[in-house]
Write a protein that binds this ligand. Structure first.
Ligand SMILES: Nc1ncnc2c1ncn2[C@@H]1O[C@H](COP(=O)(O)OP(=O)(O)OP(=O)(O)O)[C@@H](O)[C@H]1O
Length: 271
């Protein structure tokens, strides 16, 4: 039940982007992959989706090399949604979501009742059912992201990898999407999401993996991974912490930390 990276290094255009990555992910958990811009989060997600081949190390699914799996089997078992995922031509939302069923389709057969149920369920869960007949170019960024998330959910894969799924969403839909990803993990899916919003990541994820400069620098439950010293060192921020009325603990990035504080002149003051 695991997806693993073992001693992985990735080089792109002669540059080392990821180094010494050892990470074993388990299904049934919601993992937030966080880190500053350029840390290597998207690249790591692309390695997990077998879209980037490491220069060194192994990527395994249930102990088997990911590269040994047939492309169709990989597409059924790992659904991925990346930033800037293009549709290519003006499709309706229902057709976009139906694309998620393609990995299940056998040659010379049409879509089954199970496909229709999966598509309807995914559209309902992402609140795009009312947009079913809208053409993709007419959607707002948030509606488009939700339609693409519905397509990824419709695969009903064992693994769901999503790159910045909530960045374009309004607060209500951000909370919906995070709840949905958590619910998918509770149903047994392995969910890995690249997130920039540390408050949402800490609130909803079971496990936070922090990347900085292409290396893993922290990994654990939110309160253990996102310590004050890590936030200062890696993100250059301080955080307010507290307990919400419902008892949930929260972390709220609040100010630039002294280590990288900018003066009014834009000068960086060393800590
Ligand atoms: N094809 C490529 N060739 C060369 N460098 C690349 C390539 N793709 C990504 N990079 C570089 O690798 C580094 C990591 O990129 P990546 O997109 O994985 O970071 P990220 O953590 O997802 O960043 P962000 O938060 O800004 O989206 C960046 O410095 C980026 O410029």
């Amino acid at each position: 039940m695991s997806l693993g990276l073992h001693d992985v290094r990735v080089t792109l255009d002669g540059r080392t982007i990821l180094s010494d990555i050892d990470l074993v992910l388990e299904r049934g958990r919601f993992v937030g992959l966080v880190g500053p811009n350029g840390a290597g989060k998207t690249t790591l997600l692309r390695v997990l989706a077998a879209l980037v081949t490491p220069a060194r190390g192994r990527v395994t699914l249930e102990g088997r090399a990911l590269s040994d799996l047939h492309r169709d089997e990989r597409a059924r078992r790992i659904a991925a949604l990346f930033q800037g995922a293009g549709i290519g031509w003006p499709m309706r939302v229902r057709e976009i979501v139906t694309l998620g069923r393609l990995p299940h389709r056998r040659a010379f057969t049409g879509f089954s009742d199970a496909d229709a149920v999966a598509v309807a369920r995914a559209m309902e869960r992402t609140d795009v059912a009312h947009l079913a007949d809208r053409s993709e170019p007419t959607l707002s960024s948030g509606e488009r992201m939700r339609a693409l998330l519905a397509r990824a959910l419709a695969v009903e894969a064992e693994w769901l990898l999503v790159d910045e799924p909530v960045t374009a969403l309004d607060p209500a839909h951000q909370l919906d999407a995070m709840s949905l990803l958590r619910a998918a993990s509770r149903d047994g899916t392995g969910v890995v999401a690249v997130l920039h919003d540390l408050a949402l990541a800490a609130r909803f994820c079971d496990r936070i993996v922090v990347l900085s400069g292409g290396r893993l620098v922290a990994d654990g439950p939110p309160e253990e991974a996102l310590t004050d010293s890590l936030l200062a060192r890696v993100f250059g921020v301080t955080a307010e912490r507290g307990r919400a009325a419902d008892g949930t603990r929260y972390i709220l990035p609040w100010a630039r930390s002294r280590a990288t504080e900018e003066t009014n002149d834009g000068v960086i003051i060393p800590g």
